[in-house]
Ligand binder design. Structure first.
Ligand code: COA
Length: 402
């Protein structure tokens, strides 16, 4: 095979890298207008390219972020995105070479973790990524059900230009907060909301209470139609919703469920434990139509990650960790209610780093992972001790797509 050269990309290659990435998703190049907003999300040092005979054949990118972990601490994290290998170069180790370089670069830069959204679930486990948060998609038949509550505060519509800084400021106040939530990097708003708001008819609803603005929802309404004698309902899609208090949360949903001439309210990517059905007059008006993997998490510095989160009361356990890509993570870690640190003790059981990532935020138990053959343990007691220590009160959730 031709030697691959992995290089840090600079301005001269950003547009070509983006075009390559889009082509791997079967899209054409960005228009000049789209590039105006997308281009600013390419920053020096954050994109890698794989070159074969001086030709760009693969690319990956990172965005600087932070991740909230159980207990409320926040650790430096890179959000990995725009992963693509040219179709005539796939399955020849290009992504593996890019991953190897990227994992090393992120770890050396001081990131404790990295995370991504996976196009296919079979790709990233081998590089140490595990599914650490999940989302659910809900559909509410609005004609059948309404909110049980009146709006207690105030919800007002704000035009995009004024709403965007307001939403951004509110978001930054609320996230990273719940374990699994992340900080959004500057270009995120430009690419995901500002640009879309220009192209599509996005609406911004801002909630306020006695202490001022405390939540927002971004939504889009797609008018219904008649097609072949069948009615397609008008759909209100909730794209982003964050609330600082239960009142703001209920007010925003009550508002969204009350918008006239809407047949269905749809929200993708919501937390599994969001109690929306309890807010409805008729809970069966809501259907959970999808439950998917959200955050694929990679612990780059296992020691720092384990030390950053808190643990519940319980007997200590010693975890062994295997990591093919970052061998400095390999070893044993003693976890107790008081914290976590490296140890020379024999581990009670050993897990691959992707398995540890899956359990790290508390979304899945070690018990479930052992039961499904993700690791072997001769001690059910040790697995139960680990589960007692890693247990969390609130399910982790990210809520930011990238
Ligand atoms: C996913 C993608 C980046 C993989 O790149 P690649 O260069 O083919 O990956 P590699 O050759 O390094 O593969 C490494 C291993 O992963 C496996 N693998 C990679 N992608 C896979 C896929 N989509 N399905 C199944 N296995 C896959 C390879 O078979 C190989 O396995 P092995 O180590 O047992 O031999 C590439 O297929 C692609 O660009 N796909 C379209 C865009 C996309 O989905 N991007 C990801 C966005 S999150």
């Amino acid at each position: 095979m031709t030697d691959l050269d992995i290089r840090v990309l600079d301005d001269a290659h950003f547009r070509a890298a983006h075009t390559l990435f889009r082509s791997t998703l079967h899209h054409g190049p960005s228009t000049d207008e789209a590039w105006e907003s997308v281009g600013i999300s390419y920053r020096s040092g954050q994109a890698l390219g794989a070159f074969a005979d001086d030709e760009l054949v693969g690319t990956v990118q990172t965005f600087p972020s932070e991740l909230a972990v159980p207990g409320g601490a926040v650790v430096p994290m890179s959000a990995v995105s725009r992963v693509g290998v040219r179709a005539d170069w796939t399955r020849r180790g290009v992504l593996t070479a890019l991953q190897r370089a990227q994992l090393r670069a992120m770890r050396d830069a001081g990131d404790v973790a990295s995370s991504l959204r996976a196009s296919e679930s079979v790709i990233y486990g081998r590089f140490g990524y595990g599914v650490a948060t999940r989302y659910r998609e809900v559909r509410v038949k609005r004609v059948e059900t309404r909110s049980r509550l009146p709006i207690a505060g105030r919800v007002r519509l704000v035009d995009a230009e004024r709403a965007l800084p307001l939403c951004q400021e509110l978001f930054d106040r609320l996230s990273p907060g719940r374990a699994g939530t992340i900080a959004r990097w500057p270009g995120h708003w430009d690419v995901n909301l500002r640009r879309v708001a220009k192209e599509e008819n996005l609406r911004f609803a801002v909630a306020s209470g006695p202490d001022g603005d405390d939540g927002y929802a971004v939504y889009k309404v797609t008018p219904g139609s008649w097609e072949h004698g069948h009615e397609k309902p008008t759909v209100l899609a909730v794209l982003d919703l964050w609330a600082a208090s239960p009142r703001a949360w209920a007010d925003l949903w009550t508002f969204l469920l009350g918008v006239d001439l809407v047949g269905e309210v749809v929200a993708e990517g919501r937390p599994l434990d969001e109690p929306l059905e309890w807010l409805l007059a008729d809970r069966r008006g809501l259907r959970s139509v999808d439950l998917g993997d959200e955050t694929w998490l990679r612990l780059l510095d296992v020691g720092a990650a384990l030390a950053a989160r808190t643990y519940r009361a319980g007997e200590p356990v010693v975890l062994g960790v295997r990591d093919r890509f970052l061998p400095e993570n390999e070893g044993a870690y003693r976890i107790s209610a008081g914290g976590a640190s490296r140890t020379t003790d024999e581990p009670d059981f050993v897990v691959d780093v992707d398995v540890l990532a899956a359990a790290y935020l508390g979304d899945v138990t070690f018990g479930a992972l052992a039961m499904t053959g993700r690791f072997e343990s001769t001690s059910a007691d040790a697995v139960a001790r680990a589960d007692a220590l890693f247990a969390v009160d609130e399910l982790p959730w990210c809520g930011t797509y990238f």
